[in-house]
Design a protein around this ligand. Sequence first.
Ligand SMILES: NC(=O)c1ccc[n+]([C@@H]2O[C@H](COP(=O)([O-])OP(=O)(O)OC[C@H]3O[C@@H](n4cnc5c(N)ncnc54)[C@H](O)[C@@H]3O)[C@@H](O)[C@H]2O)c1
Ligand SMILES: O=C(O)C(=O)C[C@@H](O)[C@H](O)[C@H](O)COP(=O)(O)O
Ligand SMILES: [Zn+2]
Length: 369
Amino acid sequence: MAVIPVELAGRGYEVRVGNRLLADLAAQARPFLRKRHACIVADANARRHWGEAVGNSLSAAGIEPRWYDVAPGETSKSWDSLARLTDWLLDQGVERGDHVFALGGGVVGDLTGFACAILKRGCGFVQLPTTLLAQVDSSVGGKTAINTAAGKNLIGAFHQPSLVLADLGTLGTLPERELRAGYAEVLKYGVLGDRGFFDWLEQDGRTVVALDPAATERAVAASVAAKARIVAEDERETSGARALLNLGHTFGHALEAETGFSDRLLHGEGVALGMVLAARYSARRGEISLADAQRVTAAVDAAGLPAEISALGLECDGRRLADHMLHDKKMDAGTLPFILLRAIGEAYLARDVEMTDIAAFLDEQLQAH
Ligand SMILES: NC(=O)c1ccc[n+]([C@@H]2O[C@H](COP(=O)([O-])OP(=O)(O)OC[C@H]3O[C@@H](n4cnc5c(N)ncnc54)[C@H](O)[C@@H]3O)[C@@H](O)[C@H]2O)c1
Ligand SMILES: O=C(O)C(=O)C[C@@H](O)[C@H](O)[C@H](O)COP(=O)(O)O
Ligand SMILES: [Zn+2]
């Protein structure tokens, strides 16, 4: 098992990456189980595959599991789901000193984390991520949120979990498309800040998607370590360091909004395409080399992720996509900073990007190929 600390003064926590962690939940999470029952908010698919392991572990320790099912999919990150979940948590008598468990992917983690951030002005929670994306990214760092009609993650809070248990065994039941979508966020850490990691993924990335045990553990642990470093440096995205984790997301979130937060484009797929667009736009500005932008495109394509916006069949122009971006939380005094690339492994925050230029670039991309 790899144990990665997220170092935050007085509020630090561990991310444990390994096998059979859910079957061992009662022991792993002992300090966070102070009552004879525990509330578990679960993605319905995650519960179907992994609920028994969680339930058995708790029951054997004399703790009654109380389940709340969340419908799979991005639409569960809504006001409606949040209201229903907080009502249920109140019915269960959750107190500020209690911990709620979130079993599932980023949807359940973001929703439960936000519910726990506001329930009685804040109770504890433990992340039990069961998707690759959630293990390498969403369960770590305390960003919690729901979506609104105006866009992605627009209502939320920073609220850190007390523990993250990333059980690699859970990836075995994940549909392949979801595995690939999660891989996009793995690739992101290489592209934004670690050329050596990118080189390894370029070479051996297929072993991660094939769930080779050593490769998977290396990819998850390295990704978590990269995120933990950045979160410890800039927990609330104020200095610019954490904003780099948004590489590909300004484009990606606009594409998710345009496709109605539907199965047409998963979050990780939007991020993959967004990284390609960020790399191409950086090359157009004469920053990253064309060859390196092509390497990013090839790595995305090799993972079976979308690399061409023109293939999405969108019926919109660049201006419309640029308009979605105006709701981005990075907006600062009317300007939207973009995460661009000077090289693979060297992302930076560009504050001189004109939205008219982004719209023109997107028009070119929509028409290409
Ligand atoms: N808070 C953050 O820092 C952060 C970071 C990245 C992404 N996110 C958010 O995370 C969300 C995407 O998360 P996701 O990719 O995990 O998607 P998800 O939560 O929708 O899960 C993907 C699918 O996998 C199923 N599933 C989950 N675990 C399973 C398992 N072990 N076996 C079989 N099926 C399983 C789910 O039912 C769902 O259909 C987006 O809303 C995104 O905005 C948040
Ligand atoms: O943790 C972060 O910081 C990230 O940006 C990670 C992203 O992968 C994630 O999708 C995040 O939710 C996006 O943040 P947002 O602030 O753009 O909503
Ligand atoms: Zn993301």
